[in-house]
Design a protein around this ligand. Structure first.
Ligand code: BT5
Length: 332
């Protein structure tokens, strides 16, 4: 372990109390100047360390995202082992797809994405230190193609559990892959599979999750200002980013591994359905072929949305082709 990390651990062990530079220097057999240098480096990384003249250093609560900060909070066996952290990256999904050998359960996480992507090559804005952008890498032994999209639904449930545990507020789900609160999108999920050339088998699944944590409405790009929100803007709670990643890993592991996905489908699909905040309401269904109004009735065991047209006909909608338009102002 580096000297810097050992100093950080001593500060963390002091648990909000002052610890003198002399004491740190002695414990690590280094000079006080060396201590001071490493403290400066930690401050640069975002740790809020105050120095009190003649008394020592004090570590205050800091919202630092790093592999170390997540890993020390993890309670999981597989998900989040290891954490690959980047202050900035093009896209965590792109990185996971182009990097061979990433372990089953590993998480690629970044504080900023310069090329964050949504479905159908749409853009996912991922500004610096405003949110957390991550991809969970899975190498399932055997998985049916139809279950790949079900993982998105499992992830949505794990996400709303996580946000509820951290803020006390349970958000809703907009079928299929968006998390909403007060009619504003907090989070988007993009699940991708990589296929092995020769066999056509699924080699890995990459679950990309982008969460807005700290923006106020004026921080959002004009294009999404009316539709986007953050955990802070909608709940008033400033969530620590490492707490979030560790909690999400725990919830994801629970549904994916402990409860044996996909055998447990019915249990998280029930929770998924309960979280659909627009059921019973009239929505606009839009595809390349047509656009019509219908009442959202529920989902089936594959996570497909069931709607009733104005003439009474029922339709089962597959997410690949359909966009759902809601009047978001109704939910504010
Ligand atoms: C999604 O697509 O919402 C999936 C987003 C997945 C992002 C994660 S971040 C980690 C991983 N790495 C990546 O590169 N991607 C994944 P979709 O349902 O197609 O929604 C895209 C639409 O959401 C855009 O067209 C905008 O209207 C809106 N949008 C873009 N950025 C947003 C943001 N930060 N917050 C809320 N809405 C946003």
């Amino acid at each position: 372990m580096t000297t810097k990390m050992r100093i950080l651990q001593l500060l963390q062990q002091a648990d909000g109390k002052l610890i003198s530079g002399g004491e740190i220097a002695e414990q690590l057999s280094i000079s006080r100047t060396a201590v001071w240098k490493q403290i400066s480096a930690l401050q640069q990384e975002g740790y809020r360390i105050t120095a009190e003249q003649g008394k020592g250093y004090l570590l205050e609560k800091s919202d630092v995202l790093s592999a170390y900060e997540v890993e020390r909070r993890l309670t999981t066996h597989t998900i989040g082992h290891p954490i690959h952290y980047f202050p900035s990256i093009d896209s965590t999904n792109l990185y996971a797809k182009r990097t061979p050998g990433l372990e089953n359960g590993s998480i690629v996480v970044a504080s900023q994405q310069t090329d964050g992507i949504g479905r159908l090559s749409r853009k996912f804005y991922s500004p610096e230190k405003m949110g957390v952008y991550l991809s969970i890498v899975l190498h399932p032994e055997q998985i049916a193609f139809s279950d790949v999209s079900t993982i998105t639904l499992l992830t949505a449930v794990a996400m709303i559990d996580t946000i509820e545990q951290l803020t006390g507020v349970r958000p809703g789900i907009k079928w299929t892959n968006d998390i909403y609160l007060h009619g504003r999108k907090l989070c988007g999920i993009l699940t991708e599979a990589t296929i092995e050339g020769e066999s056509g088998m699924i080699r890995s699944i990459i679950v990309g999750i982008g969460l807005n944590l700290y923006q106020q409405y004026t921080d959002f790009e004009p294009e999404i200002r009316d539709i986007a929100g953050s955990v802070l803007s909608e709940t008033g709670v400033r969530v620590n980013p490492a707490d979030y990643v560790a909690k999400l890993a725990e919830n994801f592991e629970k549904y994916y591994l402990d409860q044996h996905f996909p055998e447990n489908k019915h249990s998280f699909l029930k929770r998924y359905k309960e979280a659909l905040f627009f059921l019973g309401q009239t929505v606009t269904v839009s595809s390349v072929r047509e656009e019509y109004s219908a009442v959202a009735e529920g989902i089936n065991e594959n996570g497909e949305l069931i709607v009733r047209r104005e003439d009474g006909r029922m339709e089962t909608l597959n997410s690949g082709e359909i966009r759902l338009k809601l009047n978001l102002k109704d939910y504010r």
